[in-house]
Design a protein. Sequence first.
Length: 315
Amino acid sequence: MSSTHVLALIALPDATLDALRRDYTLHYHPDGLSVEALSSRVELANVRAVVTNGSTGLSDAQMAALPALEIVGAFGAGYENVDVAAATRRGIVVTHAPGANAATVADHAIGLLLALARGYAPLTDAVRAGHWRTSRAERPTLTGARLGLVGMGRIGRLIAARAQGFDVTLGYHGRQPHADAPGRYYGNLVELARDSEFLVIACNGGPATKHLIDRDVLRALGPHGYVVNVSRGSVLDTQALIDALADGALAGAGLDVIDSEPEVPRALLDHPGVLITPHIAGRSPASWIAQRDALLASLSQHFAHAPIEFAVRTA
């Protein structure tokens, strides 16, 4: 098996790298490679598998530059920037790790909600600056709050389950209602935002949801509302968010992803009501182990000509 060439185009945990190097000939390029670089590197001509993720993806042109490519493994649940249609046309299998980091992302979302509501970051700064007595104003809390969820997939359901421990009034938006989902379904996002104090984005990324959370949705949340994004940066219109915060039309935001990442607009960095984490909502020891195991299983099943459990199903 070690003669099978695998190309990784994203940064991977050491344990995953060790496992890939043990079983395959690994070409590791954590910052990615352009189409030109893929075409010009002789050592990549025999690559049969590519490891990527939803953010980095793999284009049709990149696939064409790898003549021996058979399988694309997304490290994680997302695969929105992998051209699945092109892969299918070329007879290339696409796999992912559905649900592998869902619990960790849900935990992170709840953490951001609590931190925003209770003001952990600005209050810590105030105490450090010697303003103990003058910083003790009341803060909102999650208990009994109105929470809106954008997306009711694996992550959305786990966020909902955790949030119900705070006795929230729950609403959600998705492509369609689910009979077994908690809370009230809203077909209109503006109406959901208007009825919410906290809005959590937990839907898929990709062209279909680009700037789904726009100016109208953000302003419907109102001046005491908070938005949290643990999905993809493209779902939330960053300029609309900056404008709403600047106008006082929104109280704050908790962002694990930004559409310009890793570059973060100064206006967001300087706003006291904004919390930013560096796209790590899904990263925990447990989630990385699960993602590694799903990736290794998919590669092993493919090269053994066995059914692939985590293959992306196309219509």
